[in-house]
Design a binder for this molecule. Structure first.
Ligand code: HEC
Ligand code: HEC
Length: 230
């Protein structure tokens, strides 16, 4: 059936009015729709037009490394990333083509991230220590060694800085207690002995950064990795 669609679309387009055009561009299962259009008309409902979501249920996507976004969209599409919210909200996007996934990743990785929100100071400071030094007694590696010195992310390692704390904690539980993220084996091993309190601390630090600790987390970022910000 899906192979028929392009012909149907061409046929309709001769007779289409503007409102039908809008309706059609909302249809995410149309391989002709540009990733940017999908991002702005569909993904934006939950993740925000510029990838800066409001609710912690929905992760911020702005300035995530392109490669990481492609990996995750591919895993949702193949139903390999399978935690309950992934199933509920992201499993429907099986129609995205590889080209659309790449365009979506380019779009969101090029968006400007926002500064963090200040949190409980003691918790944030404890989290900063965990982020920078890990928990040597518990075999927890320093987060910055993979996620970037400031949690800015690179390649397959997601950006963490500025992410909603509740989302971060939830994903840490997903890694620690389930196998529902196929690329998460390394995370599972690293945080195996982390307590909930330690997770909340590191998440509070990440949400609070960069405002709590430094002005410009990406000032030292190499050229050409997403957009830099002031
Ligand atoms: C109805 C709400 C909703 C819509 C629409 C939606 N998402 Fe999501 N998305 C979510 C939720 C919820 C999660 C978190 C899933 C989880 O907890 O594992 C998520 C997770 C993601 C992630 C993983 C982020 C990370 O940090 O690991 C990416 C990438 C993503 N969405 C991209 C998109 C794109 C691209 C679109 C449009 C094609 C889209 N989403 C549309 C709700 C939505
Ligand atoms: C050895 C490298 C490595 C170290 C060290 C590491 N991580 Fe990760 N982390 C990863 C990889 C790889 C992923 C992506 C997994 C995937 O694609 O599902 C990830 C994913 C995550 C995610 C999911 C982000 C999202 O948007 O869904 C969080 C949260 C996270 N790590 C937090 C941490 C914290 C906190 C620490 C330190 C305690 C840490 N990581 C240390 C490699 C690492």
């Amino acid at each position: 059936m899906r192979r028929m669609r392009p012909f149907a679309i061409v046929a309709i387009s001769f007779a289409a009015c503007a409102c039908q055009n809008i309706e059609r561009s909302r249809a995410v299962d149309n391989p002709a729709v540009a990733g940017k259009t999908i991002a702005q008309q569909v993904c934006s409902n939950c993740h925000g037009v510029t990838g800066v979501s409001v609710s912690p249920m929905f992760p911020k996507l702005a300035d995530q490394p392109r490669e990481y976004l492609i990996d995750q969209l591919t895993d949702f599409k193949s139903h390999h990333r399978s935690d309950p919210n992934a199933r509920r909200y992201m499993w429907g996007f099986t129609h995205l083509t590889e080209a659309q996934i790449e365009e979506l990743a380019s779009y969101f990785s090029a968006q400007q991230s926002t500064t963090g929100r200040l949190g409980d100071t003691a918790l944030v400071e404890r989290g900063a220590t965990i982020f920078e030094a890990g928990l040597p007694d518990k075999g927890v590696a320093a987060c910055g060694s993979c996620h970037g010195q400031h949690g800015e992310g690179v390649g397959q390692f997601p950006r963490l800085v500025g992410q909603h704390a509740d989302y971060v904690v939830k994903q840490l539980f997903v890694f620690q207690r389930t196998d529902s993220r196929p690329r998460g084996a390394v995370m599972k091993a690293i945080i195996a002995n982390m307590s909930e309190e330690e997770m909340r601390a590191v998440a509070a630090f990440l949400e609070a950064s960069p405002s709590a600790t430094y002005d410009s987390p990406n000032a030292a970022r190499p050229e050409g990795q997403g957009q830099s910000r002031k």
